[in-house]
Ligand binder design. Structure first.
Ligand code: SF4
Length: 324
């Protein structure tokens, strides 16, 4: 008699009460090198018995990810071309991006850093060199913590890192890019971190990452309020994803839901063309049409900018019609 152990992907499908037929139709991948990873809070927001749930689609590994797609690459935004020292990306004028953590509490299937060489690039041993680089370049006024997810660090490590950044006089603004407050509000930094935040001289911006209104909950609302009270400007960036949020109603609902929780929509990113994520791509024409429809429905302050990250551009480029 042979025993077959179910993979975490199959276990997830079982827990969500997907039928064998539904799982077969989805063509799930139980052995992806970028494996299934999901936080408890995010799991709780997924609707059971819904193979097309917009949250499930973001985290379920599929066999289609193995198809090599033309025009897609392992480093779609040229991170490694603008990498003066390990863990630091200096692409934008006056700002640097520090890969503070290699880890996330979730694996988003469309992640543009899913092939990023974290083992070479993201380690606390690189911080000293990265901080020395920031120290010697007085044009750098803003440090962006990214990852992985910087909020996956322990609060102690996170605060220790940002205190070192704060000690550099020409740095005026700390920006944190994190999906943790949305996908894991119950574990997001909120104690030592918020004590630091209420005392710092730095301007503080927190850019969260939410793609669908179903990701938001009472827990996210409570957490966002705490960050706001501590002085953070709260913004959101989303990625436009086929089958997840490529309907004007979904995007409109998301903007209103974010605003209700004190967060302003900032960017709607066209998908970065990373290998494994081609099935999420919405054409530029469709993206522009959707954004125009969204503009007709929303007040200006709730309309995210539709942008793309072009490989050699040193700024986020607006997505505009090639026929204009
Ligand atoms: S949270 Fe961000 S960095 Fe982490 S897997 Fe998702 S998209 Fe990638």
């Amino acid at each position: 008699m042979t025993h077959t152990t179910k993979t975490p992907v199959q276990q997830l499908c079982d827990t969500l009460h997907l039928t064998a037929q539904e799982v077969q139709t989805l063509k799930v991948d139980g052995n992806s090198p970028f494996p299934l990873k999901i936080s408890n809070d995010f799991f709780a927001q997924i609707q059971p018995k819904q193979p097309n749930d917009p949250l499930l689609k973001q985290i379920l590994p599929l066999q289609i990810e193995h198809q090599v797609a033309k025009g897609f690459s392992q480093d779609p935004v040229s991170d490694l071309t603008f990498n003066p020292t390990p863990s630091l990306i200096h692409k934008y004028h006056g700002r640097v991006l520090l890969i503070a953590s290699p880890k996330c509490d979730i694996h988003c299937r469309y992640c543009f850093r899913r092939h990023f060489p974290y083992s070479e690039q993201s380690n606390t041993r690189h911080w000293q060199k990265a901080l020395a680089y920031i120290q010697q370049d007085k044009s750098i006024h803003e440090v962006i913590l990214s990852g992985g997810d910087p909020m996956s660090l322990t609060e102690k490590s996170l605060v220790s890192l940002i205190q070192k950044i704060e000690a550099i006089p020409h740095v005026k603004t700390l920006r944190i890019h994190s999906r943790t407050p949305v996908i894991s509000p119950s574990t997001a930094p909120a104690n030592t971190f918020l004590e630091w935040a209420t005392q710092t001289r730095l301007n503080k911006v927190l850019v969260v990452h939410c793609n669908h209104a179903n990701e938001l909950s009472h827990q996210t609302e409570t957490l966002f309020l705490r960050y706001k009270v501590a002085g953070f400007h709260l913004l959101n960036q989303s990625v436009l994803l086929k089958g997840v949020n490529d309907q004007v109603e979904a995007l409109e609902t998301l903007s209103h839901a974010l605003f209700k929780q004190g967060v302003l929509p900032y960017y709607l990113n066209q998908l970065d063309r990373v290998q494994g994520a081609a099935h999420f791509e919405v054409t530029d024409d469709t993206a522009i049409k959707l954004h125009t429809q969204l503009r007709e429905r929303l007040p200006g302050y709730l309309l995210p900018k539709l942008v793309q990250d072009l490989q050699q551009a040193t700024y986020k480029s607006p997505l505009i019609s090639s026929s204009i």
